[in-house]
Design a protein around this ligand. Structure first.
Ligand SMILES: Cc1cc2nc3c(=O)[nH]c(=O)nc-3n(C[C@H](O)[C@H](O)[C@H](O)COP(=O)(O)O)c2cc1C
Length: 385
């Protein structure tokens, strides 16, 4: 990362999750309700497990903000795990060992490889951190970034477009409404959503789990974020990395994505036209707002595919690391389908990368300088050829 960076810490059933965010400029107004709103959105969704009913996440800011405004210092966010009170002995920092060890490792999870790599004999030492509970901290960081982006006229939203093989019909979706809905699955095609819910019910009844695909959309980004000049400055690469670095994400597409491999150039590239003031416009956006590793001024569209949740209530065949025998995998309280939650995490990771790109381009000390620079730049590049 450039001038902007963040780290998260905390276990799934530990005392709290913490994030330290460095590089946000001074003079940014912060509304804690915006952060808590996204934390709540991450917890909702049809097909979520019992844990979501226990936790009602709220963030505290314990450094870096004074009188609701950033000072340019590192910002520390803390989200208390309300479930901690049921785990004080099993997750004790210095107490005696307590609770049964988790030894029947789950296929599709970090359990076995983590145990071997870190030389542990209890999968809890691995799963507590591998768990996507950690994404609550990322969502809080992403929400801070969204507040920065909003001040720059940039919005990050998402929609779920597929679950368990059931896809939305794009013709049924008014894209301008994305980000304004209150659907349980963060889906904007109500017909498809009902079918998705049925599919989730079926999976639940069978002790099975489902994955799917979500799309993250960025509106209002100026052209020229990211760069073609070096591989690690390409914004498409950074977005793909950030989305792929969400637990259970197994594929990322930018714009038309994998379809680009099927169709000829004439049906993929977005032709350019000039309006009466010599401003360039396009009739299509199959590039998903990114050309040459840079934003091109169109809406950014990135899709990510989530695999089905690895903890099944009808457990898969596995092995027990203690008895050295074949057993059924362990069961932790778990989601059946978390694609809608993942879409909120996807928004957060996208907002983080967009924030980094904005700060790289416009500096990162004071909001006033960033906004002035942005305005000047917009005038230069949007004024027509
Ligand atoms: C929002 C979200 C919720 C998740 N919920 C669960 C869950 O309840 N149970 C589970 O076993 N895995 C869950 N996962 C997936 C695991 O965290 C993930 O599969 C695991 O850490 C292994 O990483 P990998 O799938 O990237 O290889 C969730 C992932 C996300 C993004």
């Amino acid at each position: 990362m450039g001038n902007f960076r963040f780290l998260t810490a905390g276990e799934s059933h530990g005392q709290c999750l913490t994030a330290i965010v460095e590089g946000l400029p001074a003079g940014l107004k912060i509304d804690i309700n915006e952060i808590n709103r996204d934390l709540a959105r991450r917890q909702q969704g049809y097909g979520r497990g019992g844990r979501m009913k226990i936790e009602t996440d709220k963030a505290d800011i314990i450094s870096g903000v004074r009188f609701a405004e950033t000072m340019g210092d590192p910002i520390t966010l803390r989200i208390v795990n309300r479930d901690w009170q049921n785990w004080t002995e099993r997750m004790s920092v210095f107490g005696e060992e307590a609770g049964e060890k988790v030894t029947a490792v789950r296929p599709g999870h970090a359990d076995l490889t983590g145990i071997l790599k870190y030389d542990r004999n209890d999968a809890r030492d691995i799963l507590e951190r591998a768990s996507a509970r950690e994404t609550a901290a990322r969502v809080a960081v992403g929400a801070l970034c969204k507040e920065f982006l909003a001040a720059c006229g940039i919005q990050v939203v998402s929609q779920v477009v597929r679950i368990g093989g059931i896809s939305v019909n794009e013709a049924n979706i008014d894209r301008s409404m994305i980000g304004k809905g209150d659907s349980e699955l963060n889906c904007y095609d109500s017909v498809a959503e009902e079918l998705m819910k049925k599919k989730i019910q079926e999976a639940m009844a069978n002790g099975d789990t489902l994955g799917g695909v979500f799309e993250v959309i960025v509106r209002g980004a100026p052209l020229g974020l990211g760069s073609h000049i070096q591989w690690d400055k390409r914004l498409d690469g950074k977005l793909a990395w950030a989305l792929m670095a969400i637990q259970a994400i197994k594929g990322v597409e930018i714009g038309a994505g994998f379809k680009c491999g099927d169709l000829p150039g004439s049906q993929i590239h977005d032709e350019m036209f000039l309006d009466s003031e010599s401003r360039v416009y396009r009739k299509t956006n199959r590039a998903g707002g990114l050309e040459g590793g840079m934003t091109n001024g169109e809406e950014i569209s990135v899709k990510a595919c989530m695999k089905p949740i690895p903890t099944l209530m009808q457990p898969l065949n596995s092995v027990d690391i203690k008895s050295k025998s074949e057993v059924s995998a362990c069961k932790e309280r778990s989601d059946v389908c978390a694609v809608s939650a993942a879409s909120v995490v996807g928004e957060a990771m996208t907002a983080i990368i967009m924030t980094e790109a904005m700060l790289d381009k416009f500096g990162c000390d004071a909001m006033v300088d960033i906004l002035e620079g942005l305005e000047r730049y917009r005038q230069r590049v949007q004024g027509g050829l």
